[in-house]
Design a protein around this ligand. Sequence first.
Ligand code: ATP
Ligand code: MG
Length: 632
Amino acid sequence: MRYRDFHRESVANPDDFWRREAGRIHWQTPFDQVLDRSNPPFARWFCGGRTNLCFNAVDRHLPARAHQNALVYVSTETGIERRYTYADLHAEVNRMAAVMRSLGVKRGQRVLIYLPMIPEAVFAVLACARLGAIHSVVFGGFAAPSLAARIDDAKPVLLVSADAGARGGKVIDYTPLVDEAMARAEYAPPKVLLIDRQLAPERLNAPYLVDYEPLREQHYDVQVPCEWLESNEPSYILYTSGTTGKPKGVQRDVGGYAVALAASMEYIFEGRAGDTLFTASDIGWVVGHSYIIYAPLLAGMTTVMYEGTPVRPDGGIWWRLVEQHRINLMFTAPTAIRVLKKQDPALLRSADLSSLRTLFLAGEPLDEPTAEWISAALGKPVVDNYWQTETGWPMLAIQRGVEPLPQKLGSPGVPCYGYDLVLRNEHTGEPCAQGEKGVITLSYPLPPGCMQTVWGDDARFVKTYWESVPGQPVYSTFDWGVQDSDGYVTILGRTDDVINVAGHRLGTREIEEAISSHAAVAEVAVVGVNDAVKGQAALAFVVLRDAGGAASPADAQTLAASLAATVDRQLGAIGRPARVHFVPMLPKTRSGKLLRRAIAALAEGRDPGDLPTIEDASALQSIREAVSAGDS
Ligand code: ATP
Ligand code: MG
């Protein structure tokens, strides 16, 4: 099948297209309408159909795959490795569901899951799906205020947590965080179900703490039937990363999500039943929801869940996992590959990677040097894919399962089937000409699997996402890009990262891409600051590959000049940053995204505000120091 025809049919005739795809999952009651467009911008998929995500991910595979591994768990933090067949997974999910039910969890109620990367997190998610309860997973790295804010928004009847997480060999005691969040939250749930990993001291004295283990024993053989949900009932709430502001509670449905993920496994990921997928992300992010938990299980695959960093015990650990578990597909973020790039290449070469077919990368721009390095090192296709928490599955990618179009460096590829993706002029809302920069938008209706609404706030959903492009009732991604004559889109940054230098609109990503092509550069962030003459000026914050590279002011000056020359060559002098600052590290979110707004605030001497999602707050200090040193 040719990609072009496939895509055209999917947007021209979504009813027929998705009716066919819906056959990938089990419907307890068939749907009577593929798509209800009576209330735009809301779209309802597979109306009247009844199904269950847990049934499709687990129970349905029992006849053929009871003894196949469903979940392989590896923790380099605790040294624990466990394998669960589909039969084991079924048993554990039933136990967890029985325990939740005994604590009063019912269909439609929320359960907040605040857990590290342990198998029980998967059990808890699937147990909610089984009961028809709505899960909201909160990334385990968040501190108490972020947790409390999400509790108050989701109003859960139960919180599931653990005694501790672990990262880089350090134990992070969760119970004080949970206590603080429970005290701060207005809607603190009556009970906290605690998974005791025995990493932190036993402490069950708080009245709301309930120990999971004895309850699991009590419910060891209990079977909990799947609740058959109408396709459009909510399955979960997941808050966005909060890179650009207050996180939004993305609400997802049941049937549309199941169909979309099952289809993506074939058309985008080329995953087949029996394959093994290792998604190195966190269950707290959308990549974890879709491609650690749901999609591989819906497709009858084995999913590998990993707790640890890519460099401990050494930078070869992920490649050894590929060899040991005969991993076929791998999915992670560019930031992880940049970390691995700094490791000894022998670590990669010494592993047997013959089982691996493809590496998928998403979450932030994949810069060309990193893409080139990893493709050459692996000798396998590397597939960049662009999407958001809101969409649940890729919007842009080379869809190898449809047609293996060539990759173009710097672009995640072409619009995925189902998405009527149009670049639009941000002032007029009109479609852009080829090569003209614009906002990446999606026309109504969004395909199955995308957000239904903002949890509890339909008005915010409409206003935020559908009323941002002038004169056009289209969904805004708030990303900025450019499309070439073959349909390939390059992401140029977020719309609020677009800067205006002397009347020219530049995406910060373009300047970053030019700077990062310089051999001395490990990472770079470009932000716009107010400039009396030009309106805005670009500032670059550069992390060097060799930390001593700009040790003396003279070295720094030479290097800055050489970076400016690189930008001149690739973008022209208009893109040349007004100043280059060398810093030891850049502030990022816990999911590895650059916090450009915070950097811009610091560069303008403003307060960056609350940054609950920041990975390492000391990075802010290095920006502050660089700016004030540059000003003196
Ligand atoms: P918030 O919306 O709360 O500010 P966020 O946008 O960082 O948070 P996510 O939904 O996790 O939360 O991230 C999606 C964003 O990540 C996209 O809108 C885009 O800006 C960026 N992104 C994702 N994949 C890619 C990619 N392959 N290339 C470039 N950018 C990407
Ligand atoms: Mg976003």
